[in-house]
Design a binder for this molecule. Structure first.
Ligand SMILES: O=C(O)C(=O)C[C@H](O)C(=O)CO
Ligand SMILES: [Zn+2]
Length: 276
């Protein structure tokens, strides 16, 4: 488990590209046969990736959390971004095709990731936040998720948002999670930009070609910076930061939030004249 502390927005104004990337970009989450995790001190979110090859892989943070098991004080949202796999939760099997989501609530002791075909393994992405009560473990296949279409040709941001874990979907304590797909020839996400100082957010960009890049915009609205992001890299977005991006091609991203409230639409839109 890698440990990432929080950053003061005043200090961030002085950051070099290297320091910005070190604090906010997660470059490598998907390693065959391993479970990789980053512990963020923003709302104590854990961001992870698993590729089970050959042997199944257990959800385990060693002694980092100082709890007896990973979900003792936590809940988790898992999305498979690769070929078919399954997650076994205390003996119960949940099959996940590409883009299906599984929520597991507080207190589940034994969580194990498997690929259906180890030579063409599943790629599980997950985000976990603190929990105070148990909500039921639930799968939401992408086919059953409600699509919301947003954007326009003129703004190059025609996109579909699928919300998995939220107020009117899979219930959780504080975790919200969903996925946004951009149509071909559409490159912009989340512009006009917004803030929600009440919640942190994590973005995982994926389904990108090797040479494709997303320029992810971050920072306070009057002090914007950018991160150049590759396929299957994640960005930690602090509560004080905008989170928006433009790609060299279209792309898909998974967003997840944790923090003060439980309302997807709680966003403070930044006026264009305020962006610098
Ligand atoms: O395409 C979008 O717009 C988004 O996906 C926005 C994110 O979901 C978000 O920032 C929610 O707070
Ligand atoms: Zn947001």
């Amino acid at each position: 488990m890698e440990n990432r502390h929080g950053t003061n927005p005043e200090d961030c104004k002085q950051y070099t590209t290297e320091k910005l990337r070190k604090d906010f970009l997660i470059e490598s989450l998907f390693v065959p046969g391993e479970i990789k995790m980053v512990y963020s001190h923003y709302d104590r979110v854990v961001v992870g990736g698993v590729i089970p090859t050959g042997n199944a892989v257990k959800l385990d943070a060693g002694d980092f959390l100082k709890t007896d098991y990973f979900l003792e004080r936590r809940e988790i949202g898992i999305v498979n971004i690769g070929p078919k796999g399954k997650v076994v939760v205390e003996g119960e099997t949940y099959e996940l095709n590409k883009r299906d989501c599984l929520y597991i609530g507080l207190g589940k002791k034994d969580v194990v990731f498997h690929s259906e075909d180890a030579s063409n393994p599943a790629r599980f992405y997950f985000v976990s936040s603190l929990a105070h009560k148990e909500y039921p473990t639930k799968v939401l296949p992408i086919a059953d998720a409600e699509p919301t279409r947003l954007g326009s040709d003129a703004e190059s941001n025609n996109r579909t948002i699928y919300k998995y874990i939220h107020q009117d979907g899979i219930q959780s304590c504080q975790l919200m999670m969903g996925m946004t797909l951009l149509e071909p020839n559409n490159m912009w996400n989340t512009m006009p930009a917004h803030l929600h100082d009440r919640r942190m957010e994590v973005y995982l960009y994926f389904d990108m070609e090797v040479d494709a890049r997303v320029f992810h915009f971050m920072g306070e609205p009057q002090e914007t910076r950018h991160l150049v992001v590759k396929n299957e890299q994640a960005v930690l977005s602090p509560p004080w930061s905008i989170h928006s991006g433009v790609g060299t091609n279209n792309y898909t991203f998974i967003w997840a939030m944790a923090g003060e409230n439980y309302t997807f639409v709680d966003m403070d839109v930044v006026k264009m004249e305020e962006l610098k």
